[in-house]
Design a protein around this ligand. Structure first.
Ligand SMILES: [Mg+2]
Length: 105
């Protein structure tokens, strides 16, 4: 599914529930941060080694997968509301990072 089609899916979901008025940029940015916190909480107190095996535990793997979806959904929704082309933004940022952090060879 493309970014645009995922954004349409989320927009339709929100509109069907009259959530549009609540989906202000401020609220979506805060929700995104909250969901990022929930994702981080899945790794809290794990050792580096344990964090590398997090997907081996089916219950924790599912929690991580769903929190990642929450983060991505709010990012997609925020980009949609703000009219940000995420595909273009990622390409632009990667080009900036290639300049900032040149590959050693
Ligand atoms: Mg969540």
């Amino acid at each position: 599914m493309s970014i645009a089609s995922l954004q349409k899916l989320l927009e339709d979901f929100a509109e069907a529930r009259d959530w549009g008025p609540a989906h202000t940029p401020k609220n979506l940015a805060m929700a995104l941060a909250g969901e990022a916190g929930e994702l981080v909480a899945e790794f809290q107190w794990l050792t580096e080694e344990e964090s590398g095996r997090v997907m081996d535990d089916p219950e924790r793997a599912e929690a991580v997968r769903l929190e990642m979806a929450d983060v991505f959904c709010y990012l997609l929704r925020l980009a949609g509301v703000l009219g940000v082309d995420l595909d273009a933004a990622v390409r632009e940022k990667t080009a900036i990072n290639e300049h900032r952090f040149p590959a050693p060879r």
